[in-house]
Design a protein around this ligand. Structure first.
Ligand code: NAI
Length: 462
């Protein structure tokens, strides 16, 4: 039996970041992981591989649509799917090996196997029991099942199967117009598949600023994705090579079907806590199956903490990372802090979509007076040069104090641009603070400054 200050269960972005910070703070640290590689869903079957396919398919789109306009002529590239998969697998390997290297560098023990907690202060991995003063559960999430749908990860797939299809489908039906459905749907649309998205709500991307959501849907439609909104999928009948999706239109309860070679089920994820033994330990859960924690990520059982997708809040890798660092500080007897009001969200389509803080809808609901500063990328020289002028930046600021309350960007590099607004919000900045900051020309980030100017006396290039 070995003894640790902290054992973290799960090596996704929450768990591995927590382990590294614990080790940096001088704690004897181990991390339990049952997969053959470190990095969890994000690095192995989520964020990282999907970004590889998004990047590759975007390059194809550029070659097909924009190269000739720039005077780059010649045969446009064809898709070698096997090679694209190999590239994606190599990106995964580079990243997972990177985490392994960081574990070695920080002297973190990787306890290989699936962990459980037989009692507080003990973690069982395989036949071995290890002692730990503190245990952090970072076991993440898994796709939530939909009744009437059986996943085979070949014809009816979750995001995991969708990343490793044996061939590019001729027709794909995506159930759910959330982040996963739209990112992977746009990959296959760019690679030549006919993509139909069925969504329960009457708009895509639930929770997103409505104006951005509408513009986003318009742009995706232009790229060839088709949408059936206000439709609840009832069941999927599948053979070894084909599937039929049955859905009901909410407006009149009429039923219809859609055929597909592949059906991607992207209707949300749920916490993954199977096999940990939480019920026997008496760990309290929420009614949504999340581990209940207090403000310091502690469960009701002394010495057991939980972070990331397994607890409440947005299921985002970077939220888990922040909680991982914060709980490490708590365990080390210091103060951990996460500002849940400033957690950006990004959809890595083209164009990207990014947001932080309040939406117009949440501000209206709270009855908080606000003003809007908007600037379209059409007025941004760099965006025009790069065929990326569709979309806009929208900043929401307090009507009285000018303090930035939220921001929404659809456009080039939105996922990177959002961060200057995050920093501004962390410092309690006003839109004027942002507007008075010199921005290099010509950059996309000038559009952020222009939107900040639009909260005051007005933008220059509009
Ligand atoms: P989601 O919650 O974003 O979207 C699911 C969609 O499915 C919703 O719009 C919902 O209304 C719809 N839906 C549910 N049941 C349905 C039915 N029977 N028929 C038709 N539509 C139905 O879930 P998603 O896309 O699966 O993502 C899961 C989690 O992973 C999210 O929390 C997301 O934030 C996270 N994620 C984040 C990424 C990023 O930050 N770029 C990338 C991938 C995932």
């Amino acid at each position: 039996m070995s003894s640790y200050d902290v054992i973290i269960i799960g090596s996704g972005p929450g768990g591995y970041v927590c382990a590294i910070r614990c080790a940096q703070l001088g704690l004897k640290t181990a991390c339990v992981e049952g997969r053959e590689t470190l990095g969890g869903t994000c690095l192995n079957i989520g964020c990282i591989p999907s970004k590889a396919l998004l990047h590759a398919s975007h390059q194809l789109h550029e070659a097909e649509h924009n190269f000739a306009k720039m005077g780059l002529k010649g045969k446009s590239p064809s898709v070698d799917w096997k090679q694209m998969q190999a590239y994606k697998d190599d990106v995964i390997a580079q990243n997972t090996r990177g985490v392994e290297f960081l574990f070695k560098k920080n002297k973190i023990d990787w306890l290989k196997g699936w962990g459980s907690i037989p009692e507080a202060g003990k973690v069982k991995v395989g036949d071995e029991i290890h002692e730990a003063k503190h245990i952090v559960i970072a076991t993440g999430s898994e796709p939530s099942a939909l009744p009437g749908i059986e996943i085979d990860e070949k014809v009816v797939v979750t995001s995991e199967g969708a990343l490793s299809l044996t061939k590019i489908p001729r027709k794909m039906v995506v159930i759910g117009a959330g982040v996963i459905g739209l990112e992977l749907g746009s990959v296959y649309a760019r690679l030549g598949a006919e993509v139909q998205v069925i969504e329960f709500l009457d708009h895509i991307t639930p929770g997103m600023d409505a104006e951005i959501s509408k513009q986003f849907q318009r742009l995706l439609k232009k790229q060839g994705l088709e949408f059936t909104l206000g439709a609840a999928v009832q069941k999927v009948d599948a053979t070894k090579t084909k599937a039929k999706v049955t859905y009901k239109l909410r407006k009149d309860d009429s039923e219809a079907t859609m055929d597909a070679d592949v059906v991607l089920v992207a209707t949300g994820r749920k916490p993954y806590t199977d096999g940990l033994g939480l019920a026997d330990l008496g760990v309290e859960m929420t009614d949504r199956g999340q581990i209940k924690t207090d403000d310091h990520w502690a469960t009701n059982v002394k010495g057991i903490y939980a972070i990331g997708d397994a607890i409440a809040g947005p299921m985002l890798a970077h939220k888990a990372e922040d909680e991982g660092m914060a709980v490490a500080e708590v365990v080390a007897g210091r103060h951990g802090h996460v500002n849940y009001g400033v957690i950006p969200g990004v959809i890595y389509t083209h164009p990207e979509v990014a947001n932080v803080g309040e939406t117009e809808e949440t501000l209206k609901e709270a009855g908080r007076p606000y003003k809007i500063g908007k600037f379209a990328f059409m007025g941004n020289g760099r965006a025009k040069a790069n065929f990326a002028a569709e979309g806009f930046v929208k900043i929401l600021a307090d009507k009285e104090t000018d303090r930035i309350l939220g921001a929404h960007i659809i456009g080039p590099m939105a996922g990177d641009l959002i961060h200057e607004i995050c920093v501004a919000m962390e410092f309690g900045a006003s839109a004027q603070d942002l507007a008075m900051t010199c921005h290099a020309h010509p950059t996309y980030s000038e559009a952020v400054r222009e939107a900040a100017l639009a909260c005051g006396d007005g933008p220059i290039h509009a």
